[in-house]
Design a protein around this ligand. Structure first.
Ligand code: SAM
Length: 226
């Protein structure tokens, strides 16, 4: 994993230094709903993915890190608008993707921010994106979903994107909350969150940069365990 992450970081740094001109390039852009945070995102993540797979000669995980997901944008917005929730706290951003939520937490004054993902490219993306926003974020590779964690604030943006992931993430979030962590979830309602057990903190109309999704704003909730 360490070597895969180092290789991915080298690759992303090269992409950023010498971007092409087509749809398969990365661009440093303001996040639509969180303009305080700039991210290296794919002009078109699907086209970028196809080129990288062709170059690697093997299948690669979908580049979720190359888009700013609606759930992450809502959560990042909420943190930046309520820095008192974050200030001086130890934060874990689970399934960080681009690192948007982790970077927002750092900008809001967190004492320590760890950004975790299983995709080496996501870990590399957090590194280059934290650099672009001049914040300290510790990028951590690996799967924590079966572990018990010790943090003050656990953040999860758009992690309920399929049934299998939801079946692992929701018990993890509940365990963390039972262990004393404050838990916040950013969720656009993809059908994997039961109606009970969570309460809405806020709902925002969030535009998306997700691949192949209509960019029209949609209501996205920030939730906490009830
Ligand atoms: C839909 S993206 C959301 C990214 C980001 N939180 C956001 O809101 O923009 C989901 C992310 O979950 C990551 N992921 C999937 N399984 C994971 C696991 N077991 N542990 C950590 N991250 C995981 C993927 O690699 C991907 O980056």
């Amino acid at each position: 994993m360490v070597m895969a992450t180092a290789a991915a970081l080298t690759e992303l740094e090269q992409e950023i230094t010498a971007p092409g001109e087509g749809l398969d390039r990365l661009r440093l852009v303001e996040t639509p709903f969180v303009p305080e945070v700039r991210l290296h995102l794919a002009e078109d993540a699907i086209v970028w993915w196809a080129r990288m797979e062709a170059a690697a000669g093997r299948p690669l995980a979908a580049p979720y890190w190359a888009s700013a997901w609606a759930g992450g944008q809502a959560l990042a917005r909420y943190l930046l608008d309520h820095p008192g929730l974050v200030r001086d706290r130890r934060v874990l951003d689970l399934a960080t993707g681009s690192g948007l939520v982790a970077i927002a937490a750092a900008l809001a004054g967190a004492r320590q921010v760890v950004a975790n993902d299983i995709d080496p490219y996501a870990v590399a993306a957090v590194t280059v994106n934290a650099r672009a926003n001049r914040v300290d974020v510790t990028a951590q590779a690996g799967d924590l979903l079966d572990a018990d964690i010790q943090v003050d604030l656990l953040l999860a943006g758009d992690v309920l994107y399929d049934g299998e992931m939801a079946a692992r993430v929701l018990p993890f979030l509940r365990r963390a909350a039972a262990g004393g962590a404050q838990v916040l979830l950013g969720d656009p309602g993809r059908g994997h969150l039961s109606a009970t057990g969570w309460e809405t903190v806020v709902s925002y109309p969030v535009p998306t940069t997700e691949p192949s999704v209509d960019p029209a704003p949609r209501p996205v909730r920030v939730l906490r365990p009830a």
